[in-house]
Design a protein. Sequence first.
Length: 262
Amino acid sequence: MTSAFTDYVREEKESRISDPRINDRIRATEVRLVGPEGEQVGVVRVDVALRLAQEADLDLVEVSPNSNPPVVKVMDYGKFKYEAAQKAKEARKNQANTILKEVRFRLKIDTHDYETKRKRAETFLKAGDKVKAMILFRGREQSRPEQGVRLLQRFAEDVSEYGVVEFTPTIDGRNMVMVIGPLKSKADAKAAQAKEKEDARVAAPAAPEPETPEAKAPEKPKTEEKKPAAVAKKAPAAKKPAAASAAKPAAKTTKKKEEKDA
């Protein structure tokens, strides 16, 4: 009796452990063995499976304990746990929680305000969030709840393309409340938005390459090249005055005469 109770307690403790049984913790006498490369070995005794795992310097892991007989696999248990932890971490990272957004109305709301509230609610529903539509009653408006019901029903019909009513209009104190759930989950909405952005990016025309300064400068019209100033024909020198030219020979003649007399 004591032994049976001890075994029961041990099984209960082990059932609360999320990690699979490995190596000597496997209690089945016969197991269906899967090799390290996924090959099916067949049904063997557990001591034979342990010996094969030890020879391969790997672990024997019970991957399907509820099968008959249990399925075990030869693998690197440390690597297996690491990969499982990484997958769980990635799943938590990508997990999207639905948020309850709130949209408030007045019983006597004008058309412009109503359209603004409707568009806002559609944006929330497209993003995968729930919408809590609330009507705030004032004074004697509390005696006309049927008008609030009609307004919320109209609102639900207008956003039916993106959401469905989860909780019908109910009185909550002085207010009337209705909850609309999105047709798409948060994760699907995020994936759709990412796809739309990617499609828009692909469809957008490529930006033109910036032009270089040489390409931007307009070509100068071709004109006839002017000859350089040095090549131009020299202008004729100005003639000296006649009086000055006549004075020089006279001076030379007088000088020669003086030398002769001496």
